[in-house]
Design a protein around this ligand. Structure first.
Ligand code: SAH
Length: 218
């Protein structure tokens, strides 16, 4: 059974192998330390726990998946998180990615369409000691974002849709970054980094082929 050291090593190898896509051969050390601190086994169902430290996506409830750790690391890295960032996550799922984000910033807003998944994630994150004021949960269609809490300096979407949801773009502050998988053609998804500079100019950089579950609409 693999352990966290093996997993971190596998992520580092994966990053080196995809350096031409990523534009780097190493990730921010803070991201890898955050991944060492969060027990992934706690977020996967019983029968999958033996594979918790394999670098693969695993099934959670309701036909959804907990993302591959390499993908979690890469998405977290490209957001260039600072403790004071206002972070919005779409697709709470198991809560694993939420925990990684909460290791790096003071507050995370996270939206999940499935009430059952959101409740499960809330219990897990509370059990691990994440304070209620640090992670705010909402059960809703994340496509619409969280207008009352906007703007956000960083946004992460962990389910694939055909475009950059316009409400999310409207809730991203100047100087902000958003990472999301975009399904540009059936079966063809690309992880995309969206940046808005201080003058409000938008740049879109598709950089890595991926396979996420679909962003569903309420
Ligand atoms: N980040 C999660 C994995 C996400 S899988 C983890 O670490 O476990 C994608 C998640 O997005 C699923 O839980 C799915 O229910 C949720 N989802 C799909 N469409 C959504 C939408 N429109 N709004 C919010 N969540 C959505």
């Amino acid at each position: 059974m693999a352990d966290i050291d093996t997993l971190i090593h596998d992520i580092e190898v994966g990053v080196r192998e995809t350096r031409t896509h990523l534009g780097t051969s190493t990730l921010d050390a803070r991201v890898l330390s955050a991944m060492r601190r969060v027990p992934r086994a706690f977020f996967v169902p019983g029968d999958a726990k033996v594979r918790a430290y394999d670098d693969t996506a695993l099934p959670i409830a309701e036909g959804q998946t907990i993302s591959q750790p390499y993908i979690v690391a890469v998405m977290t890295h490209v957001l260039e998180l600072q403790p004071e960032d206002r972070v919005l996550e779409i697709g709470t799922g198991s809560g694993y990615q939420t925990a990684i984000l909460a290791e790096l910033v003071c507050q995370v807003h996270t939206i999940e369409l499935s009430a059952e998944l959101s409740t499960g994630a809330q219990h897990r994150l509370a059990a691990l000691g994440y304070d209620q004021n640090r992670i705010l949960f909402r059960v809703a269609d994340g496509y619409l974002g969280w207008p009352e809490a906007a703007p956000f300096s960083k946004i992460m979407v962990t389910a694939a849709g055909p475009d950059i949801p316009p409400p999310l773009l409207a809730q991203l502050s100047a100087g902000g970054r958003m990472v999301l998988p975009i399904e540009s053609a059936p079966g063809r998804q690309v992880l995309t980094l969206v940046t808005v500079d201080l003058d409000g100019r938008l740049a879109e950089r598709p950089f890595l082929p991926v396979a996420f579950v679909p962003l569903r609409r309420a």
